[in-house]
Ligand binder design. Sequence first.
Ligand code: C2O
Ligand code: CU
Length: 529
Amino acid sequence: MDDERLRPTRRAFLKAAGVALFSLAAGYPLVRALIREPKPIEPAATDGWALPSTPPWPPAVGRERRIRLVVTRDVVRLPGGPSFPAFRVNGRFPAPEIRATEGDRLIIDVVNRTDAPLTFHWHGVHTPPAMDGVPFVSQEPIPPGETFVYSFVAAPRGTRWYHAHVDEVRQIPLGLFGPFIIDPPAGEAEGRPEESGGRPWEAEAEAILMLHTLGPDPENNPVGALTEGSGPVGGMGGMMGGPGRMGGMGRMGGMGGGAPPNLLYLVNGLPAASFPPLRVPGGGRLRLRLINASATEPFWLEAPGAHFLVDHVDGNALPEPVPFGDLFLAPAERIDAWFVAERSGTFAIRSKIPGQEALRISVEVAKADGESIPPSDRGGGSHLPGTAESWSYWALAGGAGTALPAVDRVVPMVLSGGMMMPVWTINGEAYPRVTPTRIGEGERVRLELFNHSMVDHPMHLHGHTFWVTSIQGVPLRRPIPKDTVNVRPMERMTIDFVANNPGRWLFHCHQLVHMEQGMATLIEYRKQA
Ligand code: C2O
Ligand code: CU
């Protein structure tokens, strides 16, 4: 160990932990991770780690596929729950899965048979700007009765999703979202182009789980949140909400906080109580693709007696799988994980957030030959029950590195608002009255995020993959590839990307009430002549 090199890092480290402790309630996963990181820091991957500059979309090498999405309005009756006018896509609530192979040229006809203007955004897919679905930035909204043809190459591979991008606080919770899974071309490893030997394991069972919430009166208030300015928002909900809660809502949480009362918790459009158990056949393994499609709520999932082996976040491959005892998903985040049970039996995937008790999914695991233990990973030794860590980006990144990678441009992004008025801002501006940030094509760009507010902001960049390179000033050992990152109260974070997809791109909070109340901005650059 090189002590000279360690010292500054340690200092930065303790300082960061101190700052976080000072500002936040105990129990905050990041703080815990920072505090209990006593081991010597290994040589950092961020030394010499460079931003991968993948092309925004590969040439269409696959087939051309035509997909037709017909959007209608219709009453949805939830088993044991309310009936309300919702959106359906091809008759389905929520929208059906799109499954493509990387490199396919997709031609998607979106037929609007509703009374509302709409667009679709392909979240996490690197489309050209004109296909990105942002109203008045990429395209005009599709008027009632008309059809818009989206055309783009399906890339990059991974768990993506698609959703409406007009009147999001109504249209998304009322059904305009679906999974968009891009598989690697046959014979290639999932998300691991460097490995040609196939997938780590073949999944006997794959479950795509889209978690979403609705207010108790979906017709009049689909998010179940304060969307009008009838009082202070923000408040202390974030501090009082208990561990993991961190007040995603931007409204008064009250003492003991937790999730807002009376929300409906849906799994793939069914109330969690009616969602059938996931069955893992004898000797089989279960792969989960979790998508947080809630407009406002984070989820913090655990499965007592089992743990999760995470290999993709937001659909992007991690350098190696990481075991976790629980998973935290802010709105729009995705996690791909193997469900690892050490014995046969019935398990429950449930939320640790107070007030989210209704969110519960059962998993029935049958083992083929006695109680054989499934492989926990492919090289790093096995992870025994109880040793898996609690979720944090920190753990995901393998701890601290020593240096940030070099970039060409640094752009501060200060997230604030919500104090006395229902207005949320980036660098003091509320969308659409914003000054676009201009960058140059080909630049390596660093956004320096600072959450100067008391609630979480899950920030999403359109059209690009970015890497989380530091948290609270501490470089991460293995930068995390994402398209949506949850920035907690008073937290600083850097996210780096390569400007390789010229256009005008939205950067916004995916807590949709915050977005509607202004927390969005534009980043733009032209193709160099
Ligand atoms: Cu999934 Cu602009 O968002
Ligand atoms: Cu926000």
